[in-house]
Design a protein. Sequence first.
Length: 664
Amino acid sequence: MFKIRYKLMLVLLGISLLPQIIINQISFNQIEKTVYEKFNREADYAAESIQKFMSDTLRESETNILGMERNIQYVYGNDMKIVQEDLEQLLRIVQESSGSTPNFYVGTSEGEMFLYPEDILPKGYDPRLRSWYQMAMLSKDKINWFGPYIDQGTKQLVLTVSKYYQYKNKEGVVGIDILLTDIRESLKTKALGANGEMFIIDGLGEIILHKNPSFEGLNLKYTKYINSGINRALELGNYSGERYSFKIVGISENLYVVTVIDKKEVNQLVNQQMNQIRTVPLIFFAITFGIILFFAKRITRPLYILIDGMKKAEQGDYEVQVNYKGNDEMMLLINQFNKMSQSIHNTKEEMTAIYEELSASEETLQDQYDELVRNRDQIAESERRYKLVFESSNEGLWDIDSENQLKNYSPNWFKNYFSDKEKKTLDDWIVLIHEDDRHRFEDSLHKHINHLTPYFHEFYRVKDLTGQYRLIQSRGKAEFDVDGELITLAGSHLDVTDQKSNEAQILKMAYFDQITELANRRNFERELDKYFNQHQWGRIIYIDIDAFKNINEDNGYMVGDQVLKDLANRLKQTFKDAFIARVAGDEFAVVLGGAVDEEHLSLILSDLNNNSCQIQLGDVALDYRINVVQCKFPNEGKNTDEIFSTLLNRMKLAKVKIAEKKLD
């Protein structure tokens, strides 16, 4: 059996260690969150830099290949044969405007091959037998990508883009090689910890670029990541498995950047940091143990003195007096013991005469006294524990008796709603409930008291002493007698106002753009899915900002954000009742459901396309232009992917036409 001193020490140690355990867990969670956020930021930054580099390179190459396809007519002479000097001049002009393109070439349907810069081709080289030529001939209206592969001339890793051309009765394919070695070197510099990595894949899951060239051409299903959830990452965009965390970022229609974080490495870093701060609780424990040992001895000392006195009295020394100085409850108990001992001594002579009669009952009386002392101590200990529980709880604990009296066991919680300490009834609480919620509260309570529900549970608003309404979650259960009559209803109130507010904030962050406060792409796709699921029809207006990249580079990203906000406000004013979203960096979409005034809409779109917009930046005015296209659904797209494909193709054509007008 543990002595009371040791029991007291265990209780005090438990109470003192509980905050340390909580603080230790909070520290662990915070360190884990910080480390994971650091790795995720590095992964996002690395992926975005590679995505931007690749996107800029691919976009530049597509622009160059379209320019070559449009201008090929100028290199044919009157005899419909290619004039090599004119062709070389055309290819030289295009090549000099591009820093990442080593080779430009033209292959004709007669088997001729023209290359710039000039290089020695294998004997009998026929472009018609090459994949880049055949792909372009099969898809004459598209820009085609092929590779990557090692170029025979430069011996470097390249990606080929080709496009079919036709001039009068002549046809062929124009092509460009793009160097990928710089991108591979960039992959080597993007470190995601010691074990994390980043690489580029195509839509079939094959590795296109890797810092280790031996992995290039390998399909993901033959890598160590196939059983770690990378397939889920390809579907969802990101996925965190047991060992690895993946993020997939699109570069183009068929190229993606993959970042991999080794969670085992992250956890090792978290544990290293935790080991550095775990020494503080150990020092605190040692100090606390010494203090508790000192006070435990001091608190239990009068109890042991009293026990010694009681043992002497038990042995027949009724003159014993316990010497103890203090002003606590133990002093009262000792004084009572001394008085009892003195009283017993004074009546000893009388008791001797009737000893025979009382000897049988003396033992029983002593046992009852000991039991009484034990019961009293147990009751005091129980009351102390319940008081600690009630005072530390963040819930309002209460019960209601059959006379409608409301008893609260958490005064600190209820003081936010009741200013006085007089007895309160259930009706006093109901008065504080918002009038729109009051009937529902009373109905739910009535159903439970009448045995219609197994327990009472309700959410409602209650006015506190400041006049503000707080959202309360109440739970309770009634106790009935054998006749089914209510004895008591006990339960708890929990303030969930902040929790609901946080949930609403998280929902807003998930579905709305932080800069423009418009719906984001996820929200936009969800809105479109509603139309498709309900078989409704309408149209999408798609807008992007012309040369937005130049605005950011010339004026800074803060000005770019002001342009985005300005365009968002213009769209809100133009399409007042429509659903408007920012679906990408400088791209916006408007959903118009049902029938529209075609003539009015045509005037609006023409005005948006032909007139520039202007914002005021201090004393300087900044002009910018926007490009606008539209499509109808479901006849021009039966799902979200088809809609985006249609809109993007139309936007590309619109920009090509604008570029042609500028050339003219």
